[in-house]
Structure formats: structure tokens, C-alpha cells
Design a protein around this ligand. Structure first.
Ligand SMILES: NC(=O)C1=CN([C@@H]2O[C@H](COP(=O)(O)OP(=O)(O)OC[C@H]3O[C@@H](n4cnc5c(N)ncnc54)[C@H](OP(=O)(O)O)[C@@H]3O)[C@@H](O)[C@H]2O)C=CC1
Ligand SMILES: CC(C)(CO)C(=O)C(=O)O
Length: 300
């Protein structure tokens, strides 16, 4: 559901590994996929699927074993409400969306015990209709449901794939919070400073700002009962260093293209939690307020 930067990439890799994958997309991207298939440009090997099952109507596809839910957060409510025709008695819905709100949103539309949280450090975007660019990042996809046989089947498929490393975990909440803190800093920093991560880390003032965002996120997470585990700062650096110097967050890419942005669920959520929990978040509050102007896309 949402065959974009992440959904298009992950779906194509699963199809390449032999999975039976249908893509839910819309607009020019859907039209191009129907006409000419789906192309993935990737440093770990390009993919071309000349014929794909793709539709904007879940009813055209019908019940499936697993839905991978990767629309933007601002499209979640509508997309989740449309999932009905895909859901059978044993269907699982795995969300790889950023932030900490996705499971709750999905659980308003799908029975909560079918919803499985997840997070990925892959990076991708739609380069042109029908083409997804894999921009690097780490290939890891963390998911809950570590004892679920369906996740076991997904694991088998990912093990056969190129470039997808599925990691089922017992504590998905911890993973989601760690991704949230890491990403809120990365997205806020690369969006507000309009720069890739390389120049930010090598400029002393810019680096202080992105590290401040990281530290504010850590303080908020701790106050919310989700302290970052030992070695967090090192893991953040490893993730940021895995991206090319010009690598930006998906939010920064969307901002540049005049698309709506997920700031309310990232720096905005940090700001809101900070107010509620009594944690100062001057950096995230500044990002949220400054980018609020562009939250709905359009104007630049
Ligand atoms: N991109 C990345 O590198 C990463 C993204 N994420 C997270 O994954 C999620 C998805 O991001 P990303 O892959 O970048 O998103 P994209 O915008 O690239 O892809 C989402 C696609 O879903 C389509 N879509 C939305 N709603 C519907 C619908 N109801 N029916 C059919 N198609 C629909 C969108 O169409 P349209 O374009 O017309 O809106 C778009 O093509 C976000 O929460 C993001 O934060 C997580 C890790 C990395
Ligand atoms: C930083 C990244 C690519 C994960 O590595 C991401 O989650 C995003 O840009 O939204």
C-alpha cells in the first residue's frame, strides 16, 4: 500500500525474489507502472519488472497474506480506511512508516492484533513515474511479530532477496522510538538547513544543531519511558554515515519538490511531547514552526 520510495523498492525486491506482489499506487506513477512496468535504480543492482499487478483500488487485488503499509503519514487515515478488501482472517499489516503514530492509526481500521510495527533505514524516492531510486541507507527492516509464522515466511523471502535484511524483534516499541529520535533529528536538520548530511557533519555550527535535535529527542524519549539504549549516539553516526554526503531525509526531498511534509509527526511530535512532559525542545520547536509554513506543500 503506497508503491513509492519504500513501498516500490521493497515490493520490487520481494517480487524479484519470487514473491507474489501487488502494488497499490495512484496517479501518474500508477499509469506508468501499468504501461511500462516498475523500474528500480539501485547501487545494489537495478530491477526491472516489465509487468506488475498494480491498482489504486484494493478491491481489484482482494485478500492477501500481508500488507506492507508505506504511504506518507498524512495519507494514513484515508489509506488505512481503504484496506478492507485486502484483509482476510489471517492477513497481517506491517507498517514501515516513520514516527510513533502508525500502529495506532492503523488499529482504528484493522483489528489491532493484525497490525505489526516496523521501521527501516533504507532510503528511496520516486525519481519519475514508474521509477524508484534507491538512495542507499542501511538495508535493515525491523519488524515486530518475531514469533509470527507469517513474518517467518517474509523472512524466508527477504533472505532470498537482494538488499533486504529483515530483522524480527521482540521489542518493536524500542526500535520505533530509536528510529523516531534518529529520524526526527535527521529530517529536521536536513530539511531546515537544506543540506545533505555530509556538509552538516563537517560544519561545526550545523553539526551542533543536528546533535542538539538528537539530544532533545533522547530527553523526550527518556521522559516518555523509552530511554535510548547504550551506544545510541554511535548507532546514529553509523546510520548517517551510511548515506552519501548529499543524502537527505525523505522529508527534505519532499520539501524541495513542494510536496506536503511529515513535520507534524516528527519535529512537531517532539515539540508536542516536550510540552506535555516538561522537556525543553527549542530545536525541534523551531523546526516545526519554521516548516509549518510548508507542511501542506505547494508554496515554497
Ligand atoms: N523514503 C524513505 O527513504 C523512507 C520513508 N519512510 C517512511 O515511509 C513512509 C512512506 O514514505 P515514502 O516511501 O517516501 O513515500 P512516497 O511518497 O515515496 O510513496 C507513497 C506513495 O503512496 C501513494 N499513495 C498514498 N496514498 C495512497 C492511496 N490511498 N492509494 C494509492 N496510493 C497512495 C502516494 O501517491 P502520491 O505521490 O500521489 O501522494 C505515493 O506514490 C513515510 O512514513 C516515510 O516517513 C521510512 C524510511 C525511509
Ligand atoms: C533517513 C531515512 C532514509 C532512513 O535511513 C528515513 O527514514 C527518511 O529519510 O525518512
Amino acid at each position: 500500500m503506497g508503491a513509492g520510495g519504500i513501498g516500490g523498492y521493497v515490493g520490487a525486491r520481494l517480487a524479484e525474489a519470487g514473491g507474489d506482489v501487488s502494488f497499490i499506487a495512484r496517479g501518474a506513477h500508477l499509469a506508468a507502472m501499468r504501461q511500462g512496468g516498475l523500474r528500480i535504480q539501485s547501487g545494489t543492482g537495478n530491477v526491472f519488472l516489465p509487468v506488475v499487478s498494480a491498482s489504486d483500488a484494493p478491491a481489484d487485488i482482494g485478500p492477501v497474506d500481508l500488507v506492507i503499509f508505506v504511504v506518507k503519514l498524512y495519507d494514513s487515515e484515508e489509506a488505512a480506511a481503504s484496506l478492507g478488501p485486502l484483509i482476510a482472517r489471517n492477513t497481517r499489516v506491517v507498517t514501515l512508516q516513520n514516527g510513533i503514530d502508525s500502529i495506532e492509526i492503523l488499529s482504528r481500521h484493522v483489528p489491532g492484533d493484525r497490525v505489526i510495527g516496523g521501521a527501516t533505514y533504507l532510503s528511496g524516492f520516486i525519481g519519475s513515474p514508474g521509477e524508484v531510486v534507491h538512495a542507499g541507507g542501511l538495508p535493515h527492516i525491523f519488524v515486530g511479530g518475531h514469533r509470527d509464522p507469517l513474518i517467518g515466511e517474509l523472512q524466508t523471502l527477504c533472505d532470498r532477496s537482494v538488499g533486504l535484511e529483515l530483522k524480527p524483534v521482540a521489542d518493536i516499541d524500542g526500535v520505533l522510538w530509536e528510529k523516531f529520535v534518529t529520524l526526527a533529528a535527521f529530517s529536521g536538520g536536513t530539511s531546515l538547513m537544506r543540506s545533505g548530511i555530509g556538509p552538516i557533519l563537517s560544519n561545526p555550527e550545523a553539526r551542533i544543531f543536528i546533535e542538539q535535535l538528537r539530544d532533545e529527542g533522547m530527553a523526550v524519549a527518556a521522559a516518555a519511558g523509552h530511554p535510548m539504549a547504550e551506544g545510541f549516539e554511535d548507532r546514529v553516526m553509523t546510520r548517517w554515515a551510511a548515506l552519501p554526503p548529499h543524502g537527505k531525509s525523505s522529508m527534505a526531498n519532499d520539501l524541495e519538490r513542494g510536496k506536503p511534509i511529515e513535520v507534524a509527526w516528527l519535529s512537531g511530535r517532539m515539540h508536542e511531547l516536550g510540552m506535555k512532559l516538561g522537556v525543553a525542545t527549542p530545536g525541534h520547536t523551531a523546526v516545526f514552526r519554521a516548516l509549518h509554513l510548508h507542511a501542506a506543500g505547494g508554496a515554497s
